[in-house]
Design a protein around this ligand. Structure first.
Ligand code: DGY
Length: 320
C-alpha cells in the first residue's frame, strides 16, 4: 500500500515519461499499447484517481455519466480534446487538461511537408521510383504547383496556425488568416486578417486548417466552401478529420477546384477513408503530426505538470 495517487496511463508512453510519473504516482500502464474501450475506461475509473489518456480514448457524455466518483482528473496527452465531452466531465467534478504549445512545431512541420508534397506530386514521384516506372523525362514531366511566394490561407490562427505561418513565411508565402479574433500586430507579422471564412477562401491558393473540431466546425470545409476556393487550390489538414466533408473533398478533387490535398487526419481513425486512395494527388499520412520523440516526451511532461499541480492542490496550467 502506498499513499501515492493512482494514475492510469492508457497507452504506451516513453520510459522517460513513465520514470518521472512513477516517482510521484502509482502507475497502471499499458505496455502492449492496446486502445482502451469505453467499458474499460468506466471500470478503471473506480480504481484510479487520474487518467492520462490519448485522443484514442473517448470520454463522451455517456462515459462521463458512468465514471466512478474516485476519478478526479483526466490529464490528456493531446492538445485536441474532441474525444472528451468537457461539460459532461466537469459536471461530474472531473478536471480536464490538455497539452498545448509543445506540439506546435512538430505539427506545423507535418503541415509543411504535406503542403510541399501535395503541391510537388510526392505520391506519384515516390511510387514511380519504387516501381521502377520512371522511364521518361521532359520539361512537361511531373510539373507541380509552385509553393514559394503563393498565398496561404490559414483557418485557426492559434499556436499551430501561427507556427505554420512562421514556417511558410520562410517560403515567401503571403499569409492570410481567419480566426475568431484578429491577432495583435506583433503576432500577425504582416498577415492579412479576414473576418469571415468565405472572404479568406477566395484568396487561398493554399489552405491549411488549424482549428479544433467542435460542433460548430464539423464539416467546416463542405461543398459550398470548396466552391469558393481559387481553381486548383490545395487543402492541407493536420487538425482533425471532422473539419472536412470527405465526400465534398473528393467532389472538389474531381472537378479540379482542388488540384491536390495533404491530409494527416480523417473522419475515421485509424483507417482513414479508403475512397481517397485512388487520388494520386492526395498525399496522406496516418495522424503523425506530433510524432517525434522530442514532442511526444514534451507532451508527457506537460500532462504530468498538470497532474502534479492538481495533486499539489493548485489549478493545473492547462485546465479547460
Ligand atoms: C493532439 O495532440 O491533439 C494530436 O492530434 C495527437 O493526439
Amino acid at each position: 500500500m502506498t499513499n501515492k495517487p493512482v494514475v492510469w496511463i492508457t497507452r504506451a508512453l516513453s520510459n522517460a515519461i513513465l520514470e518521472r510519473a512513477g516517482q510521484k504516482y502509482e502507475l497502471i500502464t499499458n505496455p502492449e499499447d492496446a486502445p482502451r474501450s469505453a467499458d474499460e475506461i468506466i471500470a478503471m475509473s473506480a480504481k484510479v484517481d487520474a487518467i492520462v489518456p490519448c485522443h484514442s480514448e473517448r470520454f463522451d457524455a455517456d462515459v462521463a455519466a458512468k465514471l466512478d466518483s474516485r476519478l478526479k482528473i483526466v490529464a490528456n496527452y493531446s492538445v485536441g480534446v474532441d474525444h472528451c465531452d468537457i461539460p459532461a466531465l466537469k459536471q461530474r467534478g472531473v478536471v480536464v487538461t490538455n497539452t498545448p504549445d509543445v506540439l506546435s512545431d512538430a505539427t506545423a512541420e507535418i503541415a509543411l511537408l504535406l503542403m510541399l508534397g501535395a503541391a510537388r506530386r510526392a505520391v506519384e514521384g515516390d511510387r514511380m521510383m519504387r516501381t521502377a516506372s520512371w522511364k521518361f523525362w521532359s520539361p512537361s514531366f511531373m510539373v507541380g504547383k509552385q509553393v514559394s511566394g503563393q498565398p496561404l490561407g490559414i483557418i485557426g490562427m492559434g499556436r499551430v496556425g501561427q507556427t505554420m505561418a512562421r514556417f511558410s513565411r520562410g517560403l515567401g508565402m503571403q499569409i492570410h488568416y481567419y480566426n475568431r479574433n484578429k491577432l495583435t500586430p506583433d503576432l500577425e507579422h504582416g498577415a492579412t486578417y479576414h473576418d469571415t471564412i468565405e472572404s479568406l477562401l477566395g484568396v487561398a491558393d493554399f489552405l491549411s486548417l488549424h482549428c479544433p473540431a467542435k460542433p460548430e466546425t464539423i464539416s467546416l470545409m463542405n461543398a459550398e466552401r470548396f466552391a469558393l476556393l481559387p481553381d486548383g487550390a490545395i487543402l492541407i489538414n493536420t487538425a482533425r478529420g471532422a473539419l472536412v466533408d470527405e465526400t465534398a473533398l473528393m467532389g472538389a478533387l474531381d472537378s479540379g477546384r482542388l488540384s491536390a490535398a495533404g491530409l494527416d487526419c480523417f473522419v475515421t481513425e485509424p483507417g482513414g477513408n479508403p475512397a481517397l486512395a485512388k487520388y494520386d494527388n492526395v498525399f496522406m499520412l496516418p495522424h503523425i503530426g506530433s510524432a517525434t520523440d522530442q514532442t511526444r516526451d514534451a507532451m508527457g511532461y506537460r500532462a504530468l505538470d498538470n497532474l502534479d499541480a492538481f495533486f499539489a492542490g493548485k489549478s493545473p496550467k492547462d485546465s479547460l
